[in-house]
Design a protein around this ligand. Structure first.
Ligand SMILES: CC[C@H](O)CC(=O)C(=O)O
Ligand code: MN
Length: 342
């Protein structure tokens, strides 16, 4: 019997979590996590490089294992859960999307910067042609006011998306801002509205609950907060909270708790918590996936990583501009050197 679900959860630890572990997932880890999530009745599990299909590169970070192998392995162990992939046009191409569909993926999430939905037209159309459920994923949603978000979401809807997500990539949105954005989308779209949070300001759960209150029915979470920055809304906690609120997810709470503790926690190199660097991501409005890159640059140039992150926030650097992290670090280090010589 299929479970009743008022809110449909997509588990992102095997994709967003890839950022947190520098894209080092093994087939064994993916199999163990996906199988346990499937048994807990999670409906969608996203598997890809952190930056989406074909993200493995020097710019974004090389994957330990080819993501197609990871996707194939996840598909093979899931009895009811559907595997989703993320694709950022310009990083992933039509070819990878077709390859993923051939492997048995059932959902494609096409992600663009919040003001660039127009570049998703071809990929959304292809995903629909391939028979995939299709999501438009508007990243860095804190950088656009609700009216702009509506304009961009309507473009995705017109291309054929079944759902559009407000994506708080930097974990910078405050509850009121989430409320305004979800409300505006709900009033203007005919399709589902979703929310993807990051916990850099410790607001992922509060923001998710506000989004649900405003009518978002598609929600992302990551078990044990295994996601970029301080991670996402913690799925096992969300499932318990929604159960207390009488909102059905169809997910088995005990099984989620067990897999979080026994299978996902051991994968974490360090426990996910709000450190000074992840806090600055939310505070300065910086892409959560920039965290490890900025920390590496801070070591290389002998800087406080917060100075690099704050400057990136000021310059409104967005996804795809990872090379700017080293540029900014070099510039700050250069200025410091001049001051100490002068
Ligand atoms: C780089 C892609 C990014 O991690 C997608 C995402 O989850 C977000 O923007 O939060
Ligand atoms: Mn994310």
């Amino acid at each position: 019997m299929t479970a009743k679900r008022d809110v449909v959860i997509t588990e992102v630890c095997l994709r967003d979590g890839s950022h947190a572990i520098a894209h080092q997932f093994t087939v064994e880890q993916v199999v163990n996590v996906a199988k346990a999530l499937d048994e807990a009745n999670v409906p969608y599990i996203e598997v890809s490089h952190g930056d989406g299909l074909a993200g493995s590169s020097l710019q974004y970070g090389l994957s330990r294992t080819n993501e197609m192998e990871l996707i194939e392995a996840a598909v093979s162990v899931c009895k009811q859960a559907k595997i989703a992939v993320l694709l950022l046009p310009g990083i992933g191409t039509m070819q990878e999307l077709k390859q993923a569909a051939n492997l048995g993926v059932k959902m494609a999430r096409i992600a663009t910067h919040v003001t660039e939905a127009d570049i998703s037209a071809q990929h959304i159309a292809l995903a629909k042609d391939l028979g995939l459920e299709t999501v438009g994923f508007l990243m860095m949603s804190h950088m656009a006011p609700p009216e702009k978000l509506v304009e961009q979401a309507k473009l995705m809807e017109s291309y054929g998306a079944d759902t559009v997500y407000v994506v708080d990539s930097a974990g910078a949105l405050l509850p009121q801002e989430v409320k305004e954005r979800i409300r505006a989308l709900r009033q203007s779209l005919k399709i589902n509205v979703g929310f993807h949070g990051h916990n850099n300001l410790s607001l992922a759960m509060a923001n998710t609950l506000v989004a649900i209150e405003e009518g978002a029915t598609r929600i992302d979470g990551s078990v044990r907060c295994l996601g970029a920055g301080a991670g996402n809304t913690q799925t096992e906690v969300l499932v318990a909270v929604l159960d207390r609120l009488g909102i059905q997810t169809g997910i088995d709470i005990y099984k989620m708790m067990d897999l979080a503790e026994e299978i996902v926690a051991p994968i974490l190199q360090v426990p996910q918590e709000i450190t000074k660097d992840s806090l600055v991501l939310g505070y300065a409005g910086v892409y959560s996936s920039f965290l490890l890159h900025a920390q590496r640059a801070s070591k290389k140039f002998g800087l406080d990583s917060r100075d690099i992150l704050v400057e990136l926030g000021k310059r409104k650097v967005v996804g795809g501009q990872e090379d700017m992290i080293v540029d900014v670090a070099a510039e700050i280090a250069g200025k410091k050197a001049k001051v100490s010589v002068g």
